[in-house]
Structure formats: structure tokens, C-alpha cells
Write a protein that binds this ligand. Structure first.
Ligand code: F6R
Length: 613
């Protein structure tokens, strides 16, 4: 999704802004731009496509000295929402006077009404964007105090924003503000960096301040003054970033996605470390802030999330019902607040989000809090909005996930959900011995994943047979059903092959009409309850000429006999097996996309962090 970078300090702004934008490229975008204040001039450059295009343009159009002499400025990568990805629509946008420039993430919902009013006053617009309307609105309030003008404008705005604003009339400062779209301030020695994502700040400092909703900051090279929209000062603590710049690099891999797939044993070790109690046969999840008594009183667990995080939630549902005898259900975060959910104070709402910024999941968190439920976050990004607003929860410790297609966050989400199920289970029906056995199973996950990663070459060869297809079906039962959904999502998002995930039993209720000779069916036929029935469903597909890739338990000759190709997963508990099976499907999707020459880390139309509804 869109990215913001701002810089004010001793150096020349363009190289710093460009470097920051590069760090945000993984979020997905289709145009980029920057505005520099240098001496008494406001200079803007915009380009469609990659940050490299913007860099080339600036280098071509601007004097070389601009890349060396001190300046400050703001920059943006845009993921089109209002108006197509053209240079005119790219940020920064200017007000009517041309003295104020703004970059903006989020959506101004009432922009049409505001634009109409401004047009009636004589304003002319050059783009289709809501952001240009905001720029003009700020300009229309500017009576010589930029901070006040931004406050006044934001009072009129409905929707979400993370913004950075500069004005020629008030040199030496950047105004930043947020509502619903993250803004982080990096505090370095004599320089301040503004960003929508800490990864753009890492190269400069580890000391950051996260703005809260409706905070507005006056940012100079040496100072940050934060107020609310009524000009009342607010105090925000300086936090320490726990990620380093090296973690955000590819480390010799061709793509971030494959790097992150291979990081999973370490990520899972980090997610599990110190969280299993083999004496009590339980999990130690202090971030939950619950006593066994609190857990025993929970009536129902509701898991909310989007996309891949929704799929991990579905596995969590199976685990919580199975291990903890507690009713559990998954709800799509995007539906949650609109369906007026029936939840109360004995319901535990688990909000699952890698980024911790997904707009729909955040809205679900707020709705659940409003209804008095017990809300927790399962986030990867430390200090993210969902992590802060839930106030309690469990971090995944997967490290920065750069690839748009989520891999390591998914497996760490599942591992954490299994630990939650274990902890809940021990507070309810699990014996100590049962708890110890399941804890051992969780402890073995990183090694199981290593065994699957060792099959990378085999999976790459199998992928050759499927890479030219246009359609694919993924089927599974029980906890393997959500894994089938996730396998299909991974394949479609990075390879653009039309892939559908189905419960194996559902095929014959309609989708089997699409099975014709040569169609790939990826069957999760692990040796778990229901396998025999899945094998029956596979026979139905084979009878119609489908090519079957089976994900089976190692050594299962009965299952191997019905498959055209197999990937063997080590034997383990059915819930634990979801993780190595998902890793096999990640590798399968990756190799297909690689063979097809797709842009794996930044698939078309996709963004890493979806901060709009
Ligand atoms: C798919 C993918 C998305 C995200 C979804 C939610 O690979 O990454 O489906 O899972 O946008 O994002 P988070 O987990 O950040 O809330």
C-alpha cells in the first residue's frame, strides 16, 4: 500500500528520501514522487512506475548539486485508489498557491463534497485524487500558521490519513499527522525521519515515536512537538526498534519470498522460544495477561483476520475446539463490524494480523472492544496499531516480512495459535501428560519445516509440470482445508494462475464440473482422520483426467499409489502437520511463479499492508 517518507536534517533530502522509498517498495505501489524544500524553492518530481523511474527523472531534470546540498522534503509511493496510476495522480500534491505540498496515505471519504465546495470557491484541480483536495483544503485555511491550517483541514475530513506536509512560507518544519494510517517518527542525531513504516527509518536510527490517531506533530531537525487536533500537547514515548537493516535485505536469495520461506525454521524457533512449559504441559504466553481462571471462564473464541491471516485463524479454530473444548469461530474482519456481531465479555476475540495495520482487522478490534469483549492481537510488527490498541496479545517474532506474499508470518501465526490452544486446553480438559505431548509436537515444528525445505529441489522439479497451467484446485479436509485455501491463495497471488481451494468433500457439489483432462488437483492427503475419504475424492478427479499432486505423509504407500506426483511430509500430529504442509505449498507456488517469470515480491495489484477498506 502507499508509503510515506519525510526527512529533515543536515543532509541533502533526495538521496535519503529515495533510499526510504526503496525500503517501502515491498508494500506495493504504482507511482512515486517527492517534494524538496531547498533555499526558497519547493521542487517536485513524480514518476509512474518504480522508484528507479523517479530517481532517473530527478537525476536527469535536477542539477547534481541538489543531491548534495542540505534540504528537507517529503516523498511517497502511491498505490492507486482514487484515479489511475498516472504522473498527475502521483503524490506530492500542491495547494492552489503552489506553496504547500502534501503526501498522504489513506482515503478521504468526503473528498467529493470537499472538492465541490472548493471548486465553487474557484479552486482548480489537476488530478483525480482525494489527496489534492486535502492539499487545497489545507491551503484554504492557511493564514500563516501551517500547523493550525492542517488542524482546521483535518477537522473537516472524514476517512483515514497519514500525512506529511511542507510549506514554503514556513521553512524548516514538516507537519505530520495520522488517523487510521500509521506514521512513525525516527529520532536521530540532528535529523528526523518520518515514515509510514519503520523499515524506511532503520538505516538512520532505532529510536522511534509512533503517532496515535489524531496526533499531529511539528517536526524539525532537532525536535518533535506532538499535539492533538485541538492543539493540546500530548506525550508519546520514544520506543526502540527491534529489527535491524540487514534483516530487510535479501541475503543472497533471488527474492524476499524464498528468503522468508527458508527463514521459517529460525522464525518458528523465535516464535516458540521460552513459550513452552514442559513441567506444566502448557504454554507461557505472558502477553495474554490471563490467569487460568480467566481462561476457564472464556465462553467462545472468535478469530478475525484477512487473507492469509484469516486462513491461519481457520486452523486456530480447529485447534481451539479440538484441544480446548471451547467453541471457536472465524469471522472475516471485513464483515465483523458491519454484521453487528453477537459478542460479549466472556468472548475472547483474537485479531490476527502480520502488519498490525490492516484496516478491516483494526476496525474489528475496535468493534469488539466497544462490545466489551476480551480482545487480543496476534501481530508480527511490534508497535503496530493493532498491537497497541489491543494492549495485550502475542507477538509472532517472525522478523520483518518484506515479500507481499505472506509465508513466515503465516506459519508463526499457526504456531502461536497452537500454543494458545494448548494453554486454553490445559485450563480446561487437557491432562498434564497430554499437554506435555502436544508441547513436544510444537517444539518439533522447526525441524519438521527443515525437512520440507530439504525437498526444495524436488518441489522445483515437480513445479515444472504444473507451471504452464491456467487453473488449479487445492483440496483438503479438517485442518488441511484451510491449508488448501492458503495454498491456492499463494499460487494465485504470485503466479496469476487461477487457483481455488475447496474442502475435498465440496468438489462434488459443483466444482467437479470444471475438472477436465490435465487440470491440476493439489490434494492434501496427509495421513490424518478423513484421509480415506480424501483419497476417494481424488479418485473422482482422476476419473475425469485430472493430474494429481499429492501432499502425503512420508511412507504412505496407499496414498502415493493414487497420485501422479507426491511431496512427502514427515509424520506428525494433524494440527502440527498444517505447518510443514503449508511450507511445501509455499515452495510449490514460489517455483511456479519463478518458472513463469512473475514479479514474485511485488505481484501486480497487491500491497503488503492493506490500510484501506
Ligand atoms: C497474502 C497476504 C494477505 C494478507 C492480508 C492481511 O499472502 O499477505 O492476504 O495476509 O492482507 O494482512 P495482515 O496479516 O497484515 O493483516
Amino acid at each position: 500500500m502507499c508509503g510515506i517518507v519525510g526527512y529533515i536534517g543536515k543532509a541533502a533530502a533526495p538521496p535519503v528520501l529515495i533510499q526510504g522509498l526503496r525500503r517501502l517498495e515491498y508494500r506495493g505501489y504504482d507511482s512515486a514522487g517527492m517534494a524538496i524544500v531547498e533555499n526558497d524553492a519547493l521542487i517536485v518530481a513524480r514518476a509512474v512506475g518504480k522508484v528507479a523511474n523517479l530517481t532517473d527523472k530527478a537525476k536527469h531534470d535536477w542539477p547534481a548539486s541538489r543531491f548534495h546540498q542540505p534540504s528537507y522534503g517529503i516523498a511517497h509511493t502511491r498505490w492507486a485508489t482514487h484515479g489511475s496510476p498516472t504522473e498527475n495522480n502521483a503524490h506530492p500534491h500542491l495547494d492552489a498557491s503552489g506553496n504547500i505540498a502534501i503526501v498522504h496515505n489513506g482515503i478521504i471519504e468526503n473528498y467529493r463534497a470537499l472538492r465541490g465546495r472548493l471548486e465553487a470557491q474557484g479552486h482548480r484541480f489537476f488530478s483525480d485524487t482525494d489527496t489534492e483536495v486535502l492539499a487545497h483544503l489545507i491551503g484554504s485555511h492557511d493564514k500563516g500558521d501551517l500547523f493550525q491550517a492542517v488542524c482546521d483541514a483535518l477537522h473537516q475530513v472524514e476517512g483515514t490519513f497519514g500525512i506529511a506536509v511542507v510549506s514554503l512560507r514556513e521553512p524548516g518544519k514538516i507537519i505530520a499527522a495520522r488517523r487510521g494510517s500509521p506514521i512513525v517518527l525516527g529520532i536521530a542525531d540532528g535529523e528526523t525521519i518520518i515514515a509510514s513504516d519503520a523499515s524506511a527509518i532503520l538505516a538512520h536510527t532505532q529510536r522511534v515515536i509512533y503517532l496515535d490517531d489524531n496526533d499531529i506533530a511539528i517536526v524539525t531537525a532537532n525536535q518533535v512537538d506532538i499535539r492533538d487536533l485541538h492543539n493540546v500537547p500530548v506525550n508519546r514515548e520514544i520506543a526502540q526498534l527491534e529489527i535491524d537493516a540487514a534483516a530487510a535485505e535479501k541475503g543472497g536469495h533471488a527474492h524476499f519470498m524464498i528468503k522468508e520461506i527458508f527463514e521459517q525454521p529460525d522464525c518458528l524457533r523465535n516464535a516458540i522460544r521460552g513459550r513452552l512449559d514442559f513441567h506444566l504441559g502448557s504454554a507461557v504466553l505472558s502477553g495474554m495477561g490471563t490467569s487460568p481462571r480467566d481462561l476457564a471462564e472464556i465462553q467462545r473464541v472468535v478469530l478475525v483476520g484477512c487473507g492469509t491471516s484469516l486462513h491461519s485463524g481457520l486452523i486456530g479454530e480447529y485447534a481451539i475446539e479440538d484441544l480446548a473444548d471451547t467453541p471457536a469461530e472465524v469471522q472475516q474482519a471485513a464483515e465483523f463490524r458491519y454484521r453487528n456481531p453477537i459478542i460479549g465479555h466472556r468472548d475472547l476475540v483474537l485479531a490476527i494480523s502480520q502488519s498490525g495495520e490492516t484496516a478491516d482487522t483494526l476496525a474489528a478490534v475496535r468493534e469488539a472492544k466497544q462490545k466489551g469483549s476480551f480482545v487480543m492481537g496476534l501481530c508480527n510488527v511490534v508497535g503496530s496499531t493493532i498491537a497497541r490498541e489491543t494492549g495485550r496479545g502475542i507477538y509472532l517474532h517472525a522478523g520483518p516480512e518484506i515479500s507481499v506474499a505472506s509465508t513466515k508470518a503465516f506459519t508463526c501465526q499457526v504456531a502461536v495459535l497452537l500454543m494458545i490452544a494448548l494453554k486454553l486446553g490445559r485450563a480446561r480438559r487437557f491432562s498434564r501428560q497430554e499437554g506435555i505431548e502436544f508441547a513436544r509436537g510444537i517444539e518439533s515444528i522447526p525441524a519438521l519445516v527443515e525437512e520440507v525445505l530439504a525437498l526444495d529441489g524436488t518441489i522445483a522439479r515437480i513445479a515444472e509440470h504444473y507451471a504452464t497451467q491456467q487453473h488449479a484446485f487445492f483440496i483438503g479436509r479438517g485442518p488441511m482445508y484451510p491449508v488448501a485455501l492458503e495454498g491456492a491463495l499463494k499460487l494465485k497471488e504470485i503466479s496469476y494462475i487461477h487457483a481455488e481451494g475447496y474442502h475435498a468433500a465440496e468438489l462434488k457439489h459443483g466444482p467437479i464440473a470444471l475438472i477436465e483432462p490435465g487440470i491440476p488437483v493439489i490434494a492434501l492427503a496427509n495421513d490424518i482422520p478423513g484421509k480415506d475419504k480424501t483419497l476417494g475424492n481424488i479418485e473422482e478427479c482422476k476419473a475425469r483426467g485430472a493430474r494429481i499432486l499429492g501432499i502425503i505423509t512420508r511412507g504412505d504407500e496407499e496414498a502415493a499409489a493414487v497420485m501422479d506426483d507426491i511431496i512427502e511430509i514427515p509424520a506428525c500430529h494433524p494440527l502440527i502437520a498444517t505447518i510443514p504442509t503449508a511450507v511445501a505449498l509455499q515452495l510449490f507456488a514460489y517455483h511456479i511463479a519463478r518458472i513463469r517469470g512473475c514479479e514474485i515480491d511485488q505481484p501486480r495489484n497487491l500491497a503488503k499492508s492493506v490500510t484501506v477498506e
